[in-house]
Each structure stands twice: as structure tokens, then as C-alpha cells.
Design a protein around this ligand. Structure first.
Ligand code: ZN
Ligand code: ZN
Length: 212
């Protein structure tokens, strides 16, 4: 599987991931953060067919590009049911707290724990990882884990926002992420990439380092 990271939303620097299967050229965006024209032009640049517009959760800094991509490519928007209303509610997706209201089209389908989606013959496994929001999910694609705002390099997602739960967040990371192979590459919603092995040891909130 191939992927490319872009940061099209200033101030938040949310990681938007374009992921594609090289054989079928089927592609998905994970967390299209902002309606930037580069998100559209990259589909043509890499000769791709956009199949899915997926969101790890419903916060405004992760869904702002959904409308542009939906209108341009008519790809399917998928999000966990618990976060689905955030898509079109600026109070719930928290964008009303900053300058501009973010409104995405409604979900075309809901993604749930252990559901498998496909790009060509490649499988995208959905893992429900609540804690940052109740409907937060991560996506496992081969050795890549797209962890949203649940796990960061050296950090964890905040749990003080509506739907957040610290105990759930820690449990999601320890029981659903740290069981993955050590060399799994973690691609977070913000900041640099890391690996499961690194976070198991060095993460000051959930790693071995947290115990000393
Ligand atoms: Zn968030
Ligand atoms: Zn975020």
C-alpha cells in the first residue's frame, strides 16, 4: 500500500493521508482536514480512483475537506456511528469554537469495530478506539496504523472534550494498539510518525516510561 501525508489545515496541522492500492489504483483519504485544491489534484497526479473519504473521528480539524472531495469524486464518506452527527453539526464537531463552521455531508456508511473495507484486494481493518471521542476509530492497513487523535508520537489524545474518556483512551491504546506487531508504523492525526515498539517503551503516558 502506498500513502502520502499532507498538512492542508493551518494552525492545527492535521495529518491528511491519501492511501492507495498500486494495482487497482483505488484510493481513500483519511481525515481530509481542509478543502485544499491539492487534495483534488493529487488524485489525478497519481492516477487514482477515490473510493472512500474516511474519518478517524468527527472533530472539525479532521473533516473539513469532506465536502470538496464528495462533490468532486462522489466517494463514500465513512465514520463511526457515534461520531456521525458531528459531521454536520459545528457545535458538536467543535469548529464553532474557532473561526469557521465546518459542515460535511452526512455519512454514506458507518464503520464499526472489526469491519473490513477494501481498496482493490488490500484490506483496511477498522479498530474502534474510543477515548478521545466516543466514536474514534483507527485504521490498520498492512503494517500501517492510522491512529487519529488516539495515539501520538510521545503523546496521547486529549480527553477533556465532549465524549472524551481517559480510562477508555488508555484501554484503547493498551488493549487494541499495543497488541499489534512491534514494527507497526503509527501514523497519527497530528505530528510525526512512530512505531508501536517505540510507544510501548517511550510513551510517557502509556509506555513503560510511564511506570517509573
Ligand atoms: Zn480530535
Ligand atoms: Zn485533531
Amino acid at each position: 500500500m502506498k500513502y502520502k501525508t499532507s498538512n492542508v489545515l493551518k494552525n492545527f496541522w492535521t495529518n491528511t493521508y491519501l492511501v492507495w492500492d498500486e494495482i487497482s489504483r483505488e484510493a481513500m483519504y483519511i481525515d481530509a482536514a481542509f478543502p485544499h485544491e491539492n487534495l483534488v489534484s493529487e488524485i489525478a497526479k497519481y492516477d487514482l480512483k477515490l473510493k472512500y473519504i474516511l474519518n478517524t473521528h468527527g472533530h472539525g480539524d479532521h473533516i473539513g475537506g469532506n465536502t470538496l472531495l464528495k462533490e468532486t469524486f462522489n466517494a463514500q464518506i465513512g465514520i463511526h456511528k457515534i461520531d456521525a452527527e458531528m459531521l454536520f453539526n459545528p457545535q458538536k464537531n467543535l469548529s464553532s469554537r474557532w473561526a469557521e463552521d465546518v459542515i460535511s455531508p452526512k455519512a454514506d456508511f458507518f464503520i464499526e469495530d472489526e469491519v473490513e473495507l477494501k481498496l482493490g484486494e488490500k484490506i483496511i481493518k477498522v479498530i474502534h478506539t474510543p477515548g478521545h471521542s466516543a466514536g474514534s476509530v483507527s485504521f490498520l492497513v498492512e503494517e500501517l496504523l492510522f491512529s487519529g487523535d488516539t495515539l501520538f508520537a510521545g503523546g496521547i489524545g486529549r480527553t477533556d472534550l465532549p465524549g472524551g474518556n481517559y480510562g477508555e483512551l488508555i484501554s484503547s491504546i493498551q488493549k487494541k494498539m499495543f497488541i499489534l506487531p512491534d514494527d507497526t508504523i503509527v501514523l497519527s492525526g497530528h505530528g510525526p510518525q512512530t512505531t508501536i515498539a517505540t510507544e510501548k517503551i517511550e510513551n510517557p503516558f502509556v509506555g513503560l516510561a510511564a511506570r517509573f
